[in-house]
Every structure is written in structure tokens, then in C-alpha cells.
Design a protein around this ligand. Structure first.
Ligand SMILES: Nc1nc2c(c(=O)[nH]1)N[C@H]1C(S)=C(S)[C@@H](COP(=O)(O)O)O[C@H]1N2
Ligand SMILES: [Mo]
Length: 196
């Protein structure tokens, strides 16, 4: 690789991060293995005029797009040039009428795992519901059937086995945020812990 190419790559790697070629698996608790998806649903609730429920078939028939991004895990690995197939956040939000007070989001995953982020960051057009990674359906370890992907924040904000979105007026800590991690998690500012 030329010196120019190396410099360009380094510019894509936030401070304290190093590149990985693999796709490490990281989560708290067990990997969720679904047998039957007939009882899977996706719930949008909190500060909305009306709750929205989507069945597995309904979610899978939402429009999809291809996304290419870099992801940065707080444990210091970064993985560049991921190609995803995902449902744009807007495709779900078209069905939702938010109340004016809604300013923050809590993502709800299986087994009560949660993570929080500002509404603005959730609504960015680079945020999406991931269905496939590098051409293959997500494996159970990586969050099959649906995971959040918010590439501009540390990867712990990208909830695997996503089942619900809650809109809130005030920011509240999710699982890792209650355990000392940053409420926001900007990798470019090294916001790893609550004191960063
Ligand atoms: N439901 C759920 N989602 C989760 C986690 C978790 O513990 N549970 N861990 C987060 C963390 S800390 C990271 S780094 C990424 C890892 O995603 P990966 O295993 O696909 O690399 O998932 C995030 N999403
Ligand atoms: Mo993580």
C-alpha cells in the first residue's frame, strides 16, 4: 500500500483503536437463538401518539438499502468497510407519530438489555436496522434477525436482537451506561467511560 493510502486508512481509525479483519463477537449474557419467529415482534413505544407493533413478516417486508460503514468497538477494535443490508430508520418512523417531548431513545433488546442515545443520532440517515452483513444474514452471535447499527457511536450502541424502541423526554442510562460507560460514546472523542 502507498504511504498516501496508509494515511487515508489511519484517518478512518479513531484514537486508541486498531484494525481487525475478523468480526469479533461481544455481548453480555447468552447468544439468542430463535427457533420460531412467529412470536417475534417489534414494538415502538414511549412518547408516541400510538404504539406500533410489527410482526417478523411485516418487519422483513420493509424497504431496505445497502450501507457501507466503519465500526468501532470500545474494547479498541475497529472494522472498516462493512457492507450491510438494512431497513432505514425512516421506514419505521413513517409509521410513528412522535410526541414533541421525545428527545432520546432507549433501544430494547432480548433479555432486557438496553442502550440509550439521543433522538437525533437515532434518526441520522447513517443509522439503520441491520439485517445482513457482508452479503449474509446476521448470524445469531451478531444479532439475528435484526440489530441496530449506529456507526458514528461506539458499537455498544448497536443493540443486537433488537425488539423495541422507546422514545423518552430525558436521557436515561441503558445497560452498559449504568455500568460506567459513556451516555453518548463518540469514538472520535474517546468517550468510553462516564468520566470521558
Ligand atoms: N443485545 C445486545 N446487544 C449488544 C450487546 C449486548 O450485550 N447485548 N453488546 C454491544 C457491544 S458492547 C458490542 S461491542 C457490539 C458487538 O457486536 P458484534 O458482536 O456483532 O461484534 O454489540 C453491542 N450490542
Ligand atoms: Mo463493546
Amino acid at each position: 500500500m502507498s504511504i498516501d493510502d496508509t494515511t487515508k486508512l489511519q484517518e478512518r481509525v479513531p484514537p486508541g483503536q486498531r484494525l481487525t479483519e475478523g468480526f469479533p463477537v461481544l455481548h453480555h449474557g447468552d447468544t439468542i437463538e430463535y427457533g420460531d419467529l412467529s412470536r417475534w415482534d417489534f414494538r415502538v413505544f414511549g412518547l408516541v401518539e400510538e404504539q406500533v407493533f410489527l410482526s417478523y413478516d411485516e418487519f422483513m417486508s420493509l424497504p431496505r438499502r445497502e450501507y457501507t460503514n466503519d465500526i468501532h468497538c470500545v474494547t479498541t477494535w475497529s472494522k472498516l468497510d462493512n457492507v450491510w443490508e438494512g431497513v432505514p430508520v425512516s421506514a419505521v418512523m413513517e409509521r410513528v407519530k412522535l410526541k414533541l417531548e421525545a428527545k432520546y431513545v432507549m433501544l430494547h433488546a432480548e433479555q432486557g438489555w438496553t442502550t440509550n442515545l439521543p433522538l437525533e443520532d437515532f434518526l441520522r440517515d447513517t443509522s439503520f436496522f441491520g439485517i445482513k452483513h457482508n452479503g449474509e444474514p446476521l448470524t445469531p452471535e451478531h444479532g439475528f434477525p435484526v440489530r441496530m447499527v449506529v456507526p458514528h457511536l461506539y458499537f455498544w450502541k448497536s443493540a443486537k436482537w433488537l425488539r423495541g424502541i422507546e422514545f423518552m423526554a430525558k436521557d436515561k442510562p441503558g445497560f452498559w451506561e449504568r455500568n460506567g460507560y459513556s451516555m453518548y460514546g463518540d469514538p472520535w472523542l474517546s468517550q468510553r467511560y462516564d468520566f470521558d
